[in-house]
Design a binder for this molecule. Structure first.
Ligand code: F6R
Length: 609
């Protein structure tokens, strides 16, 4: 969630780290700061609010420095104020430190330091960390030794980046859980909390592992373990290009990411459908293991959890495999009953979500087989799962997840087909289904043509106080995701549930003018949805129906009808409605003047509990 940037080398370091912070804005933050070498001391400038405010404070004439570290903070200890913003200094003001994560024993450490005469400017755990490391930074000690000794006294999950005025060509970074990536250039070395921030400068990337310490100088990188022994590393070249991590002419990353979904579908399917109409996965369990599985647990948070709900329909109806879907935060403390033959599937865009990671570790401790469905290569969940299937959706920058969801559902769908293939289940019609999958990108492209109609619906309901999202079966799972999107970015209360549940309570909230978005892609329950539409209208509500029905059977029933393409497959039909749902949330947020790519109170990557 916090953004970390650091640079040492021949360029203007302040300019580089400010640019890197901008590329990390998607992570969510509420203050920002930078420390840079200014003559023989370190100068720190920091500000509550957006990066733009920090830039104004620094001024157009950027300080000329070859070393800088910078940070965008997501408040955990103390509110987002100028003083609580990072970087923080030690007692002597010789070092500057930035941090992502939480120091669990910071209060004990702080009390001990106060007894020794230390004074603190902020309420943060990070300033305590700076003082602890500063205490270890005595005569004849190198910065890396001080960091190594300091972190031994701290408990928690963190990534620290430290610079010292006394060692002006060096940045030291250490990682315990929170992500850090390092970029290698010619006469320059840099770091960040995520790869897109490095791409304009270098394509040679090293992922720092948990428990490793990095020493960055213009000449290059040294990696050590916490005992001080040198560790080998192998740089790799990410296949993401700079353009795919930038807005590409769209007003918002969210719209760009919604619009690029046809391409994402192709990327996600790439190499996974054979000519003979079968599914092919590179990294998956053996046939024997897949035949042995007796139940599936999908564990995830937020949007990824909603992708898991879609998977439940497929696994249960297609494979007849009992499937439970858990919120990671409930799973980890819920003492779940786990069959030794079960498969635990962890769905995560970032691969760093703290609750999902903890739930994964719990499963590993109980020797349950684990499979990750992850977007970010090299992320913790991807590395720790027994097997991983990447969603291949490219970097998702907007805080509100869109294209990652579509790719997650597709991978889960392909997984169900793969298991059916391995189990030689009759009646699955693999060839036909893979042909429908191949065309899915085109259907998504067609659904994007609804944007103008959706814009009109959004303008009509701009002042709504509450929006309903309804459906049955897979459409009900989509309703949950549509509602989450609207809450997140348009700050509108929503009521979402299976349409058949309305009369058991939620119907009380329908008042004249309240909009209700219905997903109606399932032929089998079409008449039931018609009755639910009438229930809403009888109380003055307005029904907007998204349907694959091309015979106009909702035309005389609904207040508005949004026709989505018919793919021939019930799960894919439901999934197509994600496009109008995402566009509805986007246009509602736009007409209501909300900040779309960094909505309030949310972070892209939730690396703390
Ligand atoms: C919603 C959203 C969040 C994430 C959730 C899990 O738009 O982005 O609900 O889906 O925080 O994040 P990952 O998938 O990174 O584990």
């Amino acid at each position: 969630m916090c953004g970390i940037a650091g640079y040492v080398g021949h360029r203007n370091a302040v300019e580089v780290v400010l640019d890197q912070l901008q590329r990390l804005e998607y992570r969510g933050y509420d203050s920002a700061g930078v420390a840079f070498l200014d003559g023989d001391s370190l100068k720190t400038i920091k500000r509550a609010g957006k990066l733009e405010e920090l830039k104004q404070l620094i001024g157009a004439d950027l300080p000329d420095s070859n070393l800088a570290i910078a940070h965008s903070r997501w408040a955990t200890h103390g509110p987002p104020t100028d003083l609580n913003a990072h970087p923080h200094a030690d007692q002597g003001g010789r070092i500057a430190l930035i941090h992502n994560g939480i120091i669990e024993n910071y209060l004990e450490l702080k009390e001990e330091l106060v007894r020794k005469g230390h004074s603190f400017q902020s309420e943060t755990d990070t300033e305590v960390a700076a003082h602890v490391i500063g205490q270890e930074y005595g005569e004849g000690t190198s910065l890396e030794d001080a960091v190594r000794r300091g972190v031994k006294r701290m408990k928690g999950a963190y990534a620290f980046v430290v610079a010292s005025a006394d060692e002006p060509d060096k940045i030291v970074a250490v990682r315990a859980a929170s992500p850090l990536v390092i970029g290698l250039g010619d006469g320059e070395t840099m770091l960040a909390s995520d790869i897109p921030a490095l791409l304009p400068y270098t394509r040679r990337v090293v992922i720092l592992e948990s428990g490793q310490l990095a020493i960055l100088t213009p000449e290059g990188l040294k990696v050590q373990n916490l005992a001080g022994a040198e560790v080998d590393y192998v740089p790799f070249e990410p296949d993401w290009d700079v353009a795919s991590a930038e807005k590409g002419g769209f007003e918002h990353f969210m719209l760009k990411e919604i619009t690029e979904q046809p391409e994402v579908v192709h990327q996600c399917l790439a190499g996974r459908l054979t000519e003979g109409g079968k599914i092919k996965f590179e990294q998956i369990f053996s046939d024997h293991v897949l035949q042995d599985i007796d139940r599936i647990n999908v564990i995830a948070c937020g949007t990824a959890y909603h992708a898991g709900l879609m998977a439940k329909h497929v696994f249960e109806r297609m494979l007849r495999l009992p499937t439970d879907v858990f919120y990671s935060s409930e799973f980890r403390y819920g003492d779940p009953v786990l069959s030794p033959k079960s498969l635990a599937i962890f769905v995560s865009q970032s691969g760093e979500t703290a609750d999902s990671l903890a739930a994964l570790r719990l499963c590993k401790k109980k020797r349950i087989r684990t499979l990750g469905i992850v977007n970010v290569v090299g992320s913790s969940i991807a590395r720790e799962c027994d097997r991983v299937l990447f969603t291949q959706a490219g970097p998702e920058i907007s805080v509100a997840s869109t294209k990652a969801y579509t790719a997650q559902v597709l991978v889960l769908f392909m997984l169900a087909l793969y298991v059916a293939q391995v189990r030689e289940m009759p009646g699955i019609r693999l060839r036909e289904t893979t042909a429908q999958l191949r065309k899915f990108g085109d259907y998504v492209q067609d659904a994007l043509q609804l944007e103008d109609e959706i814009k009109r619906v959004a303008q009509q309901f701009e002042d709504a106080k509450l929006v309903f999202f309804l459906g049955r079966g897979a459409d009900a799972s989509l309703a949950l995701e549509g509602a989450l999107k609207l809450k997140e970015i348009a700050y509108l209360p929503t009521q979402e549930c299976p349409a058949g549940e309305m009369k058991h309570g939620p119907l009380a909230l329908i008042e004249p003018g309240v909009p209700a978005l219905f997903g109606a892609t399932d032929e089998g329950v079409r008449d039931k949805i018609v009755s639910n539409v009438r229930e809403v209208q009888a109380r003055g509500g307005q029904a907007i129906v998204m349907t694959t029905d091309d015979e106009g059977r909702f035309d005389s029933v609904a207040d508005s009808v949004l026709k989505v393409p018919q793919s021939g497959n019930p799960y894919l039909n439901a999934l197509i409605t994600i496009v109008p749902l995402q566009l509805f949330a986007y246009h509602m947020a736009l007409v209501r003047g909300c900040e779309i790519d960094q909505p309030r109170n949310l972070a892209k990557s939730v690396t703390v509990e």
